[in-house]
Design a protein around this ligand. Structure first.
Ligand code: CO
Ligand code: CO
Length: 346
């Protein structure tokens, strides 16, 4: 029997995340632990928590898991693992160890598929230099997979959502459109070529981008996942108390993403993300609707969005290109806090 995981879910990958508005709503009731060694906690909505062990060492700790984003179990494992590890990279950390988190419907799928998912995850972990040292599996439908990852970081070299400075340029390291293309695949609107391209980007580790950030002592960054480019940019603007301008026409796109959106292929998660950013955003007059919805598109294992001082931006870009992130480009800039946090222009 050929397993097709995509047929088992309505929303896979990071578009299965709960809406950012609901998340903020219930996080309000969560008591924040007080401890001077918590260097990054829940308050700033960062990609991972950071806990100081000594003056030289802190742990970056994160978890992500989600339902299938593709049909093939092995590729699903690869993508889920790359996505989970990314939150360590976006903080500037070095991922070291991980645990598997698996939910698997043992009565509906052959156990081989479970093994394939884990194999895909293990292979990407190995590529990242991460040792998987345990895990936990629950019988559940639909399947879900991801990792809890621990990384090392120097306590004074943490890259956060709150590190954006007025004047910084925003560089995005991967093209956008995974949510649109996955939805298009389900609706038989996306081409196989675009689906392959999207999977290739989702499997690509954000490691080389993180190395470039460390080399240039970048202070502010995040990775683009379920809340879309606009949602993550907004979280960064709020945490840094700055405003962020994005030139939507500069956003690099995977394959036919624009055409798919133009033909109405807009996943539900995009509307949730729009609802989340709307009040804090200024949308320029005559804003292109398709580009606006692309900025809302939930990405799975998306690129890094980094805040780069203008004097080093050319060098950062050329290093990113040399590292194989050939579509890295400046998509906007950070300004002093203005009336709104987010300014979207064509
Ligand atoms: Co993240
Ligand atoms: Co995450």
């Amino acid at each position: 029997m050929k397993v097709d995981l995509l047929q088992m879910v309505e929303a896979g990958g990071c578009s299965a995340k709960i809406s950012p508005r609901q998340l903020e709503e219930f996080l309000k009731y969560l008591p924040l632990p007080e401890d001077p060694d918590i260097l990054v906690g829940i308050g700033t909505h960062d990609d991972a928590g950071v806990y100081r062990v000594s003056d030289e060492l802190a742990l970056v700790f994160t978890t992500d898991f989600f339902p299938p984003v593709c049909s093939d179990p092995y590729e699903f494992g690869q993508i889920a693992a790359a996505n989970s590890i990314s939150d360590v990279y976006s903080m500037g950390g070095t991922p070291v160890i991980a645990l598997n988190i698996m939910m698997f419907p043992s009565s509906r799928l052959p156990l081989d598929a479970c093994a394939e998912i884990l194999k895909g995850g293990a292979d990407i972990a190995t590529e990242a230099g991460v040792r998987i040292i345990g895990g936990h599996t629950i019988d559940d439908f639909p399947p879900k997979y991801g990792l809890a990852v621990v990384g090392y970081i120097h306590p004074e070299k943490i890259i956060t959502n709150s590190g954006a400075k007025p004047g910084d340029l925003l560089i995005l390291t991967k093209p956008a459109g995974t949510g649109v293309i996955l939805a298009g695949l389900r609706l038989n609107m996306a081409s196989d070529g675009d689906a392959e391209l999207a999977k290739m980007y989702m499997k690509t580790l954000n490691r080389s981008g993180a190395e470039v950030m460390k080399k240039f002592s970048i202070k502010g960054a995040t990775d683009i996942t379920g809340y879309g480019l606009a949602g993550h940019a907004l979280k960064m603007a709020k945490a840094s108390n700055v405003s962020v301008e994005i030139n939507l026409s500069r956003i690099p796109l995977i394959g036919d993403t624009y055409r798919l959106v133009d033909e109405g292929c807009i996943p539900g998660a995009s509307f949730r993300n729009l609802e989340f950013v709307e009040n804090d955003s200024h949308l320029t007059m005559n804003l292109n609707y398709n580009l606006k919805m692309i900025a809302m598109d939930a990405q799975t294992s998306g690129g890094l969005l980094m805040c780069v001082p203008p004097e080093v931006s050319e060098n950062v870009l050329s290093e990113l290109h040399k590292a194989g992130l050939s579509r890295s480009v400046v998509i906007g800039r950070v300004t002093e806090k203005r009336e709104k946090y987010l300014y979207l222009e064509n």
